[in-house]
Every structure is written in C-alpha cells, then in structure tokens.
Design a binder for this molecule. Structure first.
Ligand code: ZN
Length: 442
C-alpha cells in the first residue's frame, strides 16, 4: 500500500485507520536472527564426557562449552546407528516415518529438512560431512547451499581409517570466514544469518591411538583408545568453538552439540553399535548454548527429534506438519518440560529387530520379531541390568501399547513418502560399509 493511498483512506476513515500511517514509517528492524552451529559427533556416548560425570578428562572443551549452556541429562537417539539417527535429527521424524532402516536406504527428497526450513527463512546453509552416511547419496545433504563431502567418501579404506577431526574444524572455520567476507561485501546489516552443520567422525571404530593423548587414559584396550579418540575430537571441537569466540560470534550464534548414538563395550553383551537399544547406545549428549539460553541442566527425557522444533521456536518460526519432536525452549529458559514418551527403533541387521520406549522413569525394549520384552526402572537401575517385565506386567503392557501407538502414527506419516531401500552399491562401497561394521556377514 502506498503512502498516498494510505492518506486517502486515513482521511476517509480517520478513527478506524488511526494506526495506518505508521505503515509509512520505516518498519522497526526485527531482532537479528542468530547464526546456528550444529555439531554432531559420531559414536559419542554421553557418559564418557566429564559434563555427564565421567571420571577421566576426555572432554575439557565440551565441558567448558556446556557450562555456559543448557545440558540435557537424558537425551535419547532415535536409533543405534548413524543414518536413521541423523535423518531423525534433520526431519524430526522417527525411522518408521523417514524410512532409513538400512544401509541401502536414502532419505526421500519429499522430506523437509532442518536445512531446507532454515534456507526458506533466509539462512545461508553449509555442511561439513565426515562419514559415509553423510554422503549426499544418502539424502541428508538436502537444503545445504554448500555441502563439503570430501571427508565422506563412499568407497575406499580411507572412510574407515582416516582421522578427520582437524580437517572438519578447518573446513567449518573456512566456511564461517567465507560467509563473513560475503557479509562485508553485502553490507553487514543485510547479511544473511548462517546455519552450519559439522559432523565429527573420529570416535567411531577403528579406535586410533593419538600420541600424547591416549596414554592419559590407560595402557591398552578398546575403551582406552575410544577415550583417546574422544579427547582428540574434543580438542578439535574446542578449536572450532574458540574460532567462533575469536571472531566475536559467541553472542550471535546458537550452538547445538549432540551425537548420533553411543557405543557398546560389552555392557549388554555386544560391541560397537547398531545391534541393541540399551542406554550405552541410545543416550547421547545434548547441549545448547548461545543468546537467550540459560546455563543449567534439564532432567526430562528428550530426543534428537526435538532439536528441529526447538531451533525453529527460538526463531519464532512455527513447526512444519508431521514432525514428531517438540520444542525444548522452556528448558532453555530454565523451566521444566512436561513428561512424554520417546521412541527408538532398530532394523539394521537380520536377527535382532528392536523397539524401545522411554517414558519418565521407565524404559521398555522389545524384540520386534519375537515379541520378547524387557522393562527397566531407570531411576533404580540406570544401567538397565534388572529386567522387571515379570514383576511389573501392567507397567510393561502400558509401555508396549505406547510403542504401538507411536510406531503406528509414525508409519502412517511415512506412507506419504517414497521410502527407498534401493540404493545401488558397488563392491567397493559395500566393502567400505563392511569395514565400518554395517554389513553383517555372519
Ligand atoms: Zn554414527
């Protein structure tokens, strides 16, 4: 509406249109939107970080970062391996919806990802991948204007053996500097905020030794080397966060740090991940810090599906349809969250298909094929060692019904999309996945 037209209307309808001339004044510029830095670390179980109570010094940088933000004590993954978990993070849906069940799956282009939603909001979007499953062929690159997958080859021994964290940090900082140069050119006031996703891979098997680091955690064994990998990655995460601070971006950037899943060291009889849904695999770190986010801890169970609606809520953007997460914003402001049930699903290998539900103090894990179910009281038994299925049949029945309801709702949403398990992989690619532990040759 032009000012002349407004003036005419104002003259005719002086009382009713009293506020209209305001439209001719320059609109107050909206509060600048923060940049968003999403850091995911592969295979990082929460309880191997100092901020989650680990007794060894694996994570000084992450701990320092966590102290200025909100730490979620009971964050859960939606699955036990990379592809379904990160698909849940990017779409806020469970696996029964996004359909990334196995290593031939691809996230359908019909999904609206976090990166796509932020791009629509005017964000510049960048990604740094460092794991085969983040290669664009698997569909997680949707919505990224810049997506660096040099460190995420789908074939060759490098995918499995390379140590990549320092390069991930270099690439992340280089993209931030690139955005800053573009912003200066555009005139800083008009610069788009950015969303950067960096994924660190090093804690994933094979556990490499790092001279000067690994020795701090003992002499030998998988756990020692795993802790060394965490400490090595922590230093690179620290370098990324220091880079943000040195560039004066701390007050303008919301930082989210989480993991795709944890790792087993025989806790329930298995090693690595992708085979069970126990705490050592499902419980991940989740920490948010930045403008408007209080320092503190949140104890209610939350899920990787909650990250997307939380970030949108911080930007006052309404959540899209079909999502299964909910905003955690209240927790970021120091308030508590209402209880709610969370689902995790696993169909990777033949032989053990499982679903899990976490609700308040209870957790149920059910073998999806045989129907054999276990029930744990997480308050009395956080390590999930005492099966209460026989002692608490009513509680178990409630939990199993909860799994049914959430799975059916998720599966119904999934029918709107093309679930594609037809990714064609050549022998080299299969060999890479085999070395990473994702092809079951037993
Ligand atoms: Zn992973």
């Amino acid at each position: 509406m032009t000012c002349a037209r407004t003036a005419l209307l104002a003259a005719a309808m002086a009382a009713a249109m009293a506020a209209v001339p305001m439209a001719c004044a320059p609109a107050p510029s909206p509060a600048p939107r923060p940049n968003i830095l999403l850091i995911t670390i592969d295979t990082l179980r929460a309880d191997h970080l100092g901020i989650y109570g680990y007794e060894l010094p694996t994570s000084p940088a992450i701990d320092a970062f966590a102290r200025r933000g909100t730490v979620f004590d009971r964050a859960q993954s939606s699955s036990a391996w990379t592809l379904p978990s990160l698909a849940s993070l990017m779409t806020s849906t469970y696996t029964s919806t996004h359909g990334c069940w196995n290593f031939r799956s691809r996230l359908d282009d019909g999904f609206t990802t976090l990166a796509e939603l932020l791009a629509v909001e005017g964000y510049a979007t960048g990604g740094v991948a460092s794991h085969t499953f983040l290669a664009s062929s698997y569909g997680l690159a949707q919505g990224f204007g810049h997506y660096d997958e040099e460190l995420a080859p789908t074939k060759g021994a490098q995918a499995h053996n390379a140590i990549t964290s320092s390069r991930v940090t270099d690439k992340g900082l280089a993209w931030i500097d690139h955005r800053a140069r573009l912003a200066r050119r555009a005139g800083d006031a008009d610069a788009a905020p950015w969303f950067l996703w960096v994924h660190y891979f090093d804690p994933h098997y094979i556990y490499h030794e790092h001279a000067g680091v690994t020795e701090r955690f003992g002499s030998e064994g998988d756990r020692v080397r795993y802790d060394g990998e965490i400490a090595h990655t922590d230093a690179q995460v620290g370098r990324l966060l220091a880079g943000l601070r040195e560039r004066g971006l701390d007050d303008e950037t919301v930082v989210v740090l989480t993991a795709d899943h944890g790792e087993e060291f025989g806790d329930h009889g298995s090693k690595h991940h992708g085979r069970t849904l126990y705490r050592e695999v499902l419980r991940v770190p989740l920490i948010l810090a930045g403008p408007g986010i209080a320092a503190g801890r949140a104890t209610e169970p939350v899920s990787v599906v909650d990250v997307l609606p939380t970030l949108l809520d911080l930007l006052d953007v309404p959540p899209p349809p079909l999502i299964k997460g909910r905003s955690m914003r209240r927790a970021l402001e120091g308030e508590s969250l209402a209880p709610r049930a969370l689902l995790a699903e696993l169909r990777l290998f033949d032989g053990y298909h499982a679903d899990a539900l976490i609700h308040g103090r209870w957790k149920a894990v059910v073998d999806a094929d045989s129907g054999v179910a276990r029930l744990f009281d997480l308050e009395a038994d956080p390590g999930e060692t005492r099966d209460l299925a026989a002692d608490e049949p009513e509680q178990l029945a409630n939990m199993l019904q909860g799994i049914e309801v959430l799975r059916e709702s998720a599966a119904q949403d999934g029918r709107r999309f093309d679930v594609d398990e037809g990714l064609v992989l050549d022998d080299d690619e299969l060999d890479t996945l085999r070395q990473l532990g994702y092809v079951d040759d037993r």
